[in-house]
Design a protein around this ligand. Structure first.
Ligand SMILES: NC(=O)c1ccc[n+]([C@@H]2O[C@H](COP(=O)([O-])OP(=O)(O)OC[C@H]3O[C@@H](n4cnc5c(N)ncnc54)[C@H](O)[C@@H]3O)[C@@H](O)[C@H]2O)c1
Length: 400
């Protein structure tokens, strides 16, 4: 079914917190390429076909915030994710991407939210016809329990922005009616945030993008589970040399990421892996190894049991590019959030579990096959809702 309505020609505006990081700056190049040469990006998107009749593939714009005072182009060069010939054709476009300085650290949480809300409204004025999405790409933060707050005013009075620097961006976006992609491992989807998102009619998805090792872990674990092969142990090691890897050497900052990477296996298998040893035999290690930069390497040793409990084993060696896997997924998620908002969805979206290590919301699908099936159902649901709204609008305008 083809949608000829005006929403198909509306641009997409990505508002990126952490826009000059490895993922953010790679995303900037992907966005620039998408507008000028969509054929170089579209084949790498999971939504290219799935959402093609609901959304335009271009134009896409990016704006954002970052603490780093170097230019976006300098950051692209320093991260070294993409070779020069890949970003050079878009140099002038990349030079024009507006990246604001974050609010002053001296402002309290409410002050920061107000400042960011003004930025968001100014971005919206600059791109008046665009549909906006907030993309959270801030660094992994130490985990904190923030579930006790009943409402925003309590949060404002009890919490400092440095407790979770992502929160001012998330709250400002929700108050401005902008949907959220939380690609970080940081738990921003606390009850008060969810409550406000539902109140404002804003969909929110997260957390922790599932890009490489964990994506394949879900695939393999689902395959073993489908065959009733018992996982006896699973050892996962990652080495990476980018800023994210360095940041994750702080055990407090790594805690959230490690738990997102670990919980997923027991959830899929339906039992605690290693129960017979009295300790979990699912181990995940992340190690900062500078020579690798963004070219991450991961090893998995998977021990499993067949009939009569006979042991078998499998090895996986993954050599990937962290930000190259992440950037197109971020664009996919932004496209989903726009479609979900058009379909009238608000609050957490567990159906996007395919994209996340720790999907938010009630009873997300766990196995790979369920995650793919639920994604297809979500697409159908959005399509029907959007079409119905269009038909009602058209009928309304015929009667007036
Ligand atoms: N690369 C992947 O495959 C992948 C997968 C899942 C999750 N993630 C997560 O995505 C996030 C981004 O990853 P990355 O590799 O780009 O990290 P990065 O450290 O390279 O980038 C983070 C950026 O945020 C900026 N920043 C820090 N505090 C800020 C603030 N208060 N306001 C605005 N900007 C601020 C930094 O200056 C930096 O440019 C991380 O949380 C990472 O764990 C990445």
């Amino acid at each position: 079914m083809n949608m000829t309505d005006s929403s198909k020609s509306q641009p997409l505006l990505l508002m990126v917190a952490g826009a000059k990081g490895a993922v953010g700056s790679t995303l900037a190049v992907v966005v620039a390429a998408m507008s000028q040469r969509p054929e170089s990006i579209l084949p790498s998107l999971t939504t290219a076909e799935m959402l093609s009749d609901l959304l335009p593939s271009k134009p896409v714009h990016m704006v954002g915030w970052d603490l780093n005072d170097r230019t976006l182009l300098e950051c692209i060069k320093t991260h070294g994710v993409l070779a020069k010939d890949l970003w050079e054709p878009y140099e002038s476009k990349l030079d024009q991407v507006q990246i604001n300085i974050p609010p002053k650290a001296s402002l309290d949480l409410l002050g920061q939210v107000e400042r960011l809300k003004q930025d968001i409204l100014a971005f919206k004025t600059q791109y008046p016809h665009a549909k906006s999405v907030l993309i959270n790409l801030l660094p992994a933060a130490p985990t904190r329990d923030l579930n006790q707050f009943a409402d925003l005013s309590q949060l404002y009075s009890k919490l400092a922005p440095e407790d979770l620097p992502d929160l001012p961006y998330i709250i400002a976006a929700i108050l401005a009616g902008v949907p959220i992609v939380n690609f970080t491992p940081n738990q921003v989807e606390i009850p008060v945030v969810i409550k406000e998102a539902i109140k404002q009619g804003v969909p929110i998805s997260g957390r922790d993008g599932k890009t490489g090792q964990t994506y394949l872990k879900v695939v393999l674990a689902s395959a073993l589970q489908a065959r009733n092969l018992i996982v006896d142990g699973w050892y996962s090691l990652n080495i990476l040399g980018n800023q994210d890897g360095k940041n994750l050497m702080d055990p407090n900052r790594a805690a959230g990421k490690l738990s997102n990477k670990t919980d997923i296996l027991d959830d899929i298998m339906g039992y605690k892996v290693g129960e017979r040893y009295g300790v979990s035999s699912h181990k995940v290690q992340i190690d900062y190894y500078p020579p690798r930069g963004d070219a991450k390497e991961a090893w998995d040793v998977i021990d499993f049991l067949g009939v009569f409990g006979l042991p078998m084993s499998m090895r996986l060696n993954l050599q990937v590019r962290d930000s190259v896997l992440a950037a197109p997924l971020v664009l996919d998620l932004a496209r989903w959030m726009i479609v979900l908002q058009m379909a009238g969805r608000s609050g957490p979206v567990p159906e996007l579990a395919f994209y996340y290590k720790k999907p938010v919301g009630h009873e997300p699908p766990l196995t790979f096959q369920d995650q793919v099936a639920v994604l297809r159902e979500l697409r159908l649901w959005c399509h029907e809702r959007i079409l119905k709204d269009r038909e009602q609008e058209a009928a309304g305008s015929r009667h007036t």
